[in-house]
Ligand binder design. Structure first.
Ligand code: HSE
Length: 313
């Protein structure tokens, strides 16, 4: 069946999971971006509307991640048609919730539907990556979970380097996003160029423990591994307001561990029950309330579905 209009949804994601810089990410329930794509008569891609970005995202199709992702897909198959894209941002920008990845994914998924789904979901990865790369370089640790759902190991940026991991049954999350923007490019620029052999051994050991803990569903071991980062969190901690205080408050309220969501400033607490995640979310919010810094907090779970077509006609 041929469609002329497709609407899709792509979930938020948190990258790194602490120690797994650029190689681990998980999709999150309850938050995401939407896009509506239609073919039109002109051969151009047009960003017809963006809602929810406060006017901050570029409307120039050469500079918007959604249109760049769509363009990469059309160019790959040699399709010269033009499109209109409407983007509905559910995710805050530069927040560590995979906003640019979700916009890149949602455009590729909606366009794939319009084209009669020539690509399987994983095979849309290269096009989504072109969008993401526009703002933060080639790393797939937000794009892959937003596209596929779940917890994803991303050992490279090609489809064959992506492995979905099991989702521990009791895994719950509490998130807090303070109202400051941390652009990913800047947060990457401050990272060390080199690490010592001793640090390399430490980090690879911690990542191995993390993946092992996920396979065993051992949340205590998972939390310990997540927080065992000697390279990225120490370099970025100063960009995250109230990081130490939020970690203490989260643990007092029952969280197992707390890690920075991607490049931040979202902080993500690992919990083993819904009621605990709800209390931790309130406790983390109170840390920012106490210093008069606006923030959003919530409890959530891992999104298992990834990007979806929500309507096609
Ligand atoms: N792995 C990336 C980083 C994720 O931490 O820079 C950006 O969201």
């Amino acid at each position: 069946m041929a469609f002329t209009r497709a609407e899709a949804y792509a979930p938020a994601s948190v990258a790194n999971l602490g120690v797994g810089f650029d190689i681990l990410g998980m999709a999150l329930e309850g938050m995401g971006d939407r896009a509506i794509i239609e073919f039109h008569d002109s051969p151009k891609i047009v960003i017809a509307d963006i809602k929810g970005d406060g006017g901050k995202l570029p409307r120039d199709p050469a500079e918007n991640v959604a249109s760049v992702s769509a363009r990469a897909l059309l160019d790959h198959i040699g399709d010269k048609r033009g499109l209109t894209i409407k983007l509905i941002k559910g995710l805050p920008l530069a927040s560590g919730l995979g906003s640019s990845a979700a916009s890149s994914v949602v455009a590729a998924v909606a366009l794939n539907k319009l084209l009669g789904e020539p690509f399987s979901r994983p095979n849309l990865l290269p096009f989504c990556l072109e969008g993401e790369a526009l703002v933060s370089g080639y790393h797939a640790d937000n794009v892959a979970p937003s596209l596929l759902g779940g917890i994803v190991l991303v050992a490279g940026i090609t489809v064959d380097a992506i492995q979905s991991l099991p989702i521990p049954a009791d895994l719950h999350l509490a998130l807090v996003t303070p109202a400051v923007q941390v652009p990913t490019n800047g947060a990457r620029a401050i990272l060390p160029d080199k690490v010592s052999l001793r640090q390399m051994i430490h980090q690879t050991g911690a990542v191995a423990q993390l993946v092992d803990a996920i396979h065993r569903g051992d949340l205590e071991a998972l939390g310990a591994a997540m927080e065992n980062d000697q390279v990225v969190e120490p370099a970025r901690a100063h960009l995250m307001p109230m990081l130490a205080e939020a970690r203490i408050a989260a643990k007092r309220a029952g969280a197992i561990a707390l890690f920075i969501g991607g490049a931040g400033p979202t902080l993500c607490a690992l919990c083993d029950r819904k009621t605990v995640a709800e209390s931790v979310s309130v406790a983390m919010k109170s840390v920012y309330d106490a210093v008069g810094m606006p923030c959003d907090s919530l409890s959530t779970r891992v999104d298992r579905r990834g990007a979806l077509i929500t309507e096609a006609s």
